[in-house]
Design a protein around this ligand. Sequence first.
Ligand code: BEZ
Length: 256
Amino acid sequence: MNADESNQIWDAEQYAGNARFVSDLGSPVLDLLAPGPGQKVLDIGCGDGALTARIAATGANVVAIDHSQSQVEAARDRGLEARQLSALELDFEDEFDAVFSNAALHWIKPPDLVVANVARALKPGGRFVGEFGGAGNVGKIRQAAMAALRSRGLDGEFVEPWYFPNAEEYGALLQAADFRVDSVELIPRPTALPGGVAEWIKTLAQDFIAPVPEEERPAFLIDVEKTLEKDLRDSDGVWWADYVRLRFAAMLASAP
Ligand code: BEZ
């Protein structure tokens, strides 16, 4: 499945209100990228460009791409070079010193095509650095949503669009595309949700609600909240998503 086949609609304003944490928590993967003056960097799934702007601020020359026109426009409003383009359709060849991606690669299937396109876009010895949802990501939210769908006679498994691999699987995928894997690890990262779990689903995980008839959605979301409350809501009333990140850094083999 690629992002075209997901029910997700990205709205830059809604994203800024409920999902700013996605870019705010991007510092570790930016540190791993270590961009610098003159480097040519491709940012895959740039969203509204918050992290792209931080890469550009180091003096790197960044091209940002995203599948969503709304997000591309928000990135352009920051003065960035942003194009509406899927990572499945990359036609760059031998152009970039580094390819970067935060919180996007779990949306884009098949992953081996993404990795092959990244390898083609990089110069020999170029780096591929990123972070996205790994095995077990949002497992509790997923189970609660599946149960609420099943209780309405709906098939949740069928609608799930994401790719959440483990470290061994993704490392092998990178190696098969001629990358040397410098690091690949799963990082559990419980993440506070500013608008709670229902807003998170409405903003970032619309595939869970897509099969539910419009008028039943409020009750569906209440069911999900009730199931999750004991595990994911703390004593101050803050909701936490059970995020697990897969973070990696790899280098394309140099030309022989
Ligand atoms: C994530 O960033 O891990 C994520 C976002 C939306 C849906 C599922 C996972």
